[in-house]
Design a protein around this ligand. Structure first.
Ligand code: HEM
Length: 229
């Protein structure tokens, strides 16, 4: 490829990123990648109900992927970074365009979930950092019970600490609120926005978010109740 062609492509990518629509597309695509991870991770974790062998085999399988696992981690990290950068830049742009802030009417029109996006996002991010330090790096290990490679034991021992479970449940409920609006935005991004189907799609977004929350929080709740031990 000639240097002029490379320059032209670079300019196109830069003007795409600079545009409001470009940032919205980046938010939608990265949101979809993260959403796919959240679903896959939940299905993987629900194997805790099938017992230690099943969950540990799944954990070993993931680790055996080696370079593929690292590629997935790089994609996730890039998606998180772009999602946050685009969100912050769009919020600053909106604020600049509307220096007096939201009018009461606009606040009423925007849903509760959409208004919580800006604070639920940072709390979910704080949760993910905590979660990685807890179950991946074992730097946070409140009851000094972490055993390298024994995913089932680490999950159960981790959730036996009540405040760890409480923090997970709280953060996952916020993740649900964040996803509810994110899923609805995703529907709109792919053109699923017809007055006839809007109520149906909004309800679908709520149910998908509720299923994800219930799937995840069923794990710490079952550990606290002694159903998984
Ligand atoms: C009850 C809820 C959850 C459980 C039991 C759980 C369990 C785990 C475990 C055991 C690991 C470490 C895997 C390993 O390295 O062997 C892990 C990693 C991870 N979890 Fe979760 N998780 C939960 C919720 C979540 C949520 C809600 C998110 C995101 C919003 C999330 C994001 C991640 C990420 C990004 C990793 C790192 C993946 C990697 O190393 O490739 N987890 N989780």
């Amino acid at each position: 490829m000639s240097t002029t062609a490379v320059k032209l492509r670079g300019n196109r990518a830069a003007s795409f990123w600079q545009s409001t629509n470009g940032k919205k597309i980046v938010m939608a695509v990265t949101g979809a990648i993260l959403f796919a991870f959240v679903i896959g991770h939940m299905l993987g974790n629900l194997q805790v109900f099938d017992g230690p062998e099943r969950l540990n085999a799944y954990g070993h399988f993931l680790h055996s992927l080696g370079e593929i696992l690292w590629a997935e981690r790089i994609v996730l990290l890039t998606a998180v970074a772009l999602h946050i950068t685009a969100t912050v830049q769009l919020a600053l742009r909106n604020k600049k365009a509307r220096p007096v802030g939201y009018s009461r009417k606009e606040a009423i029109n925007s849903s509760y979930a959409s208004r919580t996006m800006y604070w639920s996002g940072p709390i979910v991010l704080a949760f993910i950092i905590f979660h990685l330090l807890h179950l991946t790096a074992a730097i946070i290990d409140p009851n000094a019970a972490y055993i390298e490679g024994d995913v089932y034991h680490n999950v159960v021992a981790g959730f036996q600490v009540w405040w760890v479970s409480a923090w997970y449940i709280f953060a996952i409920c916020l993740l649900g609120l964040h996803l509810r609006h994110g899923i609805w935005s995703m529907f709109q991004s792919v053109g699923l926005n017809h007055p006839r189907y809007t109520p149906l799609l909004k309800t679908a977004a709520i149910w998908i978010a509720v299923i994800i929350v219930l799937g995840y929080i069923s794990i710490p709740i079952s550990v606290l109740l002694g159903l998984v031990k």
